[in-house]
Ligand binder design. Structure first.
Ligand code: ADP
Ligand code: MG
Length: 622
């Protein structure tokens, strides 16, 4: 029996390792931008072609590299940022693992131009498959340019795995924004296929937010600033009225590093509690600075999760800082802060921050120093809340009612338009031509309907999702939905990311009755919407759809169109908990059983349960 184990050749080992760090063009964007920041650059340009698949180039005016360093930089584990294991706990730079450039060189063709301040000539190096192909002195200004060309040219399987240009560009823009947002005192620009996407002059955090997220945030930002010995927090949150139906404009940076934290997001959302509608998302750009030894940064380089030494303190701190700021800026005179212990119970549901955790945190001296100051804001007067909440609750969506109107369904029973009661009177004759008799609504969520052979219990939201979904499929199959022209076309201002998504969806949306026109600078004019979308409610409907679409977009198994149809069906469906009129229920049940697959929602949830008369009889011994 012969020996079978062999060492992988270097270039293959490198390619495998590279897969961890460079998954797509956007990963290279992140690494190259971070290197430029670490090099002390004050101006950083990002150039991409073909959504980064052909070219990702970052040009900086940082400290540059010597000739030897420029060669060394592409070796695996080559870094200037840590020297021993101790350094790992005091990291102040963005990189430290020395893997990025080596990884890029393993899976792309790389050209580097660099010069330090005191060198006379610069260095030019070409690398392919981890090997230096060419090296020569060149004239170059101080700083570094690294160009990554033809990503995965030598790993076709991975190249095929990349998504459409629109999607890849979206990832790139996301990464770009995360770095640009974190360093407002650095100039950043982004060029895509020769077109300028961003040009961000140096400025304050506030200016950077407005540059990136749009002018509609001017004068709508609330400043956050709290300092303690343990940690500082600063930045801005959007005033409640700027909250959107789409998540997205939410950034947390810990020691200048973008992080994702459901935990801290929850803390912030809690601070906004009652000020914004449940399904909307406030803008926030928050910077948390604390001793690097209190943060476990040694997580995987491409992951953005983070571990705090003391999570509870950070949670309480963030929540109270945001609450305090919102209160201080006195968003509305109607909100009267008063001590009231009752409030504490208000939404104890769903909180990761349980009472038990709260008391442990409260026992800490840090917590008490900063909460005392803001005690008053921890508790709001209950009676005011109703008012406050109503104020922000969007006007009830009448789309369902108008939808049935549109169908022109006539019910035999006309006298029962009052939708304020939970269940309709006990008996109604079936609507003319319908095999179903509606016996009312239960818990504002279920409809009881009778037909010849038994009884149906129908879930109104699930049923409506199915109906809309099938209607939308027909629409995109060549039977477009009628559009009602907007009387006063409104503009929709999106983030760069959302605008890329929306652009992709425009043709399908058109078939679905949404006429949107790109208006430059991530703005769209809403020319028309389906007849059942309330005038004045168009923006809201589109923002909600986008949010839902993004929710689906991690799901690879669906096509763009499929995701859009599902998102819209969900978004426009009448929600459980909504009171329905007799007429509406009748239309809903009739429509459901006109569907090709009435049994379940597009996502497979049941729409109704049937109790056959024979079964009922059996149940009761008849
Ligand atoms: P890391 O950033 O983790 O150290 P990288 O592979 O990203 O690893 O970079 C390796 C080294 O190359 C860095 O430590 C730095 O010394 C040098 N380097 C990379 N990019 C630049 C740049 N734009 N300007 C100056 N030096 C750079
Ligand atoms: Mg790096």
């Amino acid at each position: 029996m012969s020996d079978i184990i062999q060492l992988l050749p270097d270039h293959i080992a490198n390619q495998i390792a590279a897969g961890e760090v460079i998954q797509r063009p956007a990963s290279a964007v992140k690494e190259l931008l971070e290197n430029a920041v670490d090099a002390g650059a004050t101006e950083i340009q990002l150039i991409v072609n073909d959504a980064g698949k052909a070219l990702v180039q970052v040009i900086d005016n940082g400290k540059g590299m010597s000739e030897t360093d420029a060669r060394m930089a592409f070796e695996r584990h080559a870094t200037s940022k840590i020297k021993n294991i101790d350094d790992l706990f005091h990291i102040k730079t963005m990189g430290f693992r020395g893997e990025a450039l080596a990884s890029i060189a393993a899976v792309a063709q790389v050209e580097i131009k660099t010069k330090t301040a005191d060198a006379i000539t610069g260095t030019y190096i070409e690398i392919e498959n981890s090997a230096v192909k060419k090296q020569e002195p060149i004239a170059w200004q101080q700083g570094t340019s690294i160009a990554m060309k033809n990503l995965f040219f030598n790993v076709p399987a991975r190249r095929n795995f990349l998504k459409s240009n629109a999607s890849e560009l979206r990832y790139i823009i996301d990464e770009f924004i995360r770095v640009a947002m974190a360093f407002p005192d650095i100039f950043f620009s982004l060029n895509s296929n020769g077109q300028q996407v961003f040009h961000l002059e140096k400025g304050s955090i506030k200016q950077r937010i407005v540059q990136i997220l749009g002018n509609n945030y001017t004068a709508k930002l609330v400043n956050i600033k709290e300092e303690t010995d343990y940690m500082n927090i600063y930045g801005f949150v959007g005033k409640p009225e700027t909250a959107k139906k789409t998540r997205g404009d939410q950034y947390i940076f810990v020691n200048s590093r973008f992080i994702k934290s459901a935990y801290l997001n929850h803390a912030i959302m809690n601070a906004f509690d009652q000020m914004i509608a449940r399904d909307s998302f406030p803008m926030y750009t928050l910077f948390i600075d604390l001793d690097p030894s209190q943060v476990d940064i040694n997580v995987h380089p491409t992951k953005q999760e983070i571990k705090f030494e003391d999570e509870k303190i950070v949670y309480a701190f963030v929540q109270s800082a945001v609450k305090h700021a919102l209160a201080q800026f006195s968003i509305t005179p109607a909100l009267d802060f008063e001590l009231d212990a009752g409030i504490q119970q208000l939404d104890a549901i769903n909180k990761p921050f349980t009472e038990e955790k709260k008391s442990t945190a409260a026992a800490s001296s840090l917590y008490s120093t900063f909460t005392q100051k803001h005690q008053a804001h921890f508790v709001e007067k209950k009676s005011e809340l109703k008012h406050w909440k109503d104020f922000y609750e969007p006007a009830p969506d009448k789309s369902f009612a108008s939808l049935t109107e549109q169908h022109g369904i006539k019910t035999a029973e006309q006298g029962n338009e009052d939708s304020s009661h939970a269940t309709a009177p006990l008996h109604h004759p079936a609507a003319a031509g319908s095999p179903f008799t509606i016996h009312g609504q239960v818990h504002f969520s279920y409809i009881i309907a009778q037909h010849d052979s038994g009884l149906l219990l129908i879930h109104q939201q699930n049923a409506h999702e199915r109906i809309l979904y099938e209607r939308f499929i027909k629409a995109t199959d060549g039977k477009p939905i009628a559009t009602q022209q907007s009387l006063f076309p409104s503009t929709l201002q999106l983030t760069a990311t959302d605008s890329v998504i929306l652009n992709e969806l425009l043709p399908d949306l058109h078939a679905l009755g949404y006429h949107l026109e790109p208006f430059g600078n991530n703005a769209f004019v809403i020319q028309g919407t389906p007849a059942d979308v309330l005038q004045g409610n168009e923006k809201n409907a589109i923002e909600k759809m986008l949010e839902q679409y993004k929710h689906f977009s991690t799901d690879l198994k669906y096509s763009k169109r499929e995701k859009l149809l599902r998102s819209l069906a969900w978004q426009q469906s009448v929600k459980a908990g909504t009171s329905l009129t007799q007429k509406e229920m009748q239309a809903l049940v009739d429509d459901l059983f006109q569907c090709a697959s009435p049994n379940s929602t597009p996502n497979g949830k049941p729409t109704y349960t049937e109790f056959k008369k024979t079964e009922l009889d059996k149940m009761f011994g008849r």
